[in-house]
Design a binder for this molecule. Structure first.
Ligand code: MG
Ligand code: FE
Length: 183
């Protein structure tokens, strides 16, 4: 009898409800947006010779602040909070370091690479979130995630369309011996 009960108890603790995954992924997304605000702000502040890039990053910082707010609202509708241990603990340290602490000769190129990578992580994350929210009967969260997804896709495409041009400009400035080619 006791064995059977223990077994049942153990099983009940193992169960993760589908909704828990949705909330956990929303918290991850919120943490990523907060991380993005820091990384993009650090990057933008340092850019001097690539004004279009700087302007597009600043536009995306504004979008990102709103995204963070909207994800937080999705969590709140479920009676959940964004600021948990998980939120601060799972920030994307690797990418953060790639964007914040670089003073290498090709700093701007490393920043572009990290931003492009980050956008694609966000694209995958919001596609997964929208699918999960739809399936779990939370169309409002699905709608929010799909709208955020469009902004991430637009940012990724903007960068992708300019990878060649930005590389050319970086190499031109380097060839001219400009000390500031790197940012
Ligand atoms: Mg974002
Ligand atoms: Fe983004």
């Amino acid at each position: 009898m006791a064995g059977k009960l223990d077994c049942r108890l153990a099983r009940s603790f193992d169960v993760t409800h589908p909704k828990d995954h949705l909330l956990s992924w929303l918290r991850d997304a919120h943490a990523a947006e907060e991380q993005a605000i820091t990384m993009l702000s650090n990057l933008s502040r340092r850019i001097e010779n690539y004004p279009e890039l700087k302007a597009r990053i600043e536009q995306h910082i504004t979008e990102t602040r709103r995204q963070s707010e909207r994800v937080r609202e999705c969590l709140q509708r479920h009676g959940s909070d964004a600021s948990t241990l998980k939120d601060t603990g799972t920030k994307l340290m690797g990418l953060g370091q790639a964007l914040s602490g670089i003073f290498t000769g090709d700093e701007v190129m490393k920043g572009i690479l990290a931003s492009y990578t980050f956008e694609h992580m966000e694209i995958a994350s919001y596609k997964m979130l929208a699918a999960a929210a739809r399936r779990l009967g939370d169309p409002e969260t699905a709608r929010v995630c799909e709208e955020i997804l469009q902004e991430e896709l637009a940012m990724a495409k903007w960068l992708e369309d300019r990878l060649e041009q930005l590389t050319d400009k970086f190499l031109d400035l380097t060839a001219e011996g400009s000390a500031t080619a790197k940012h």
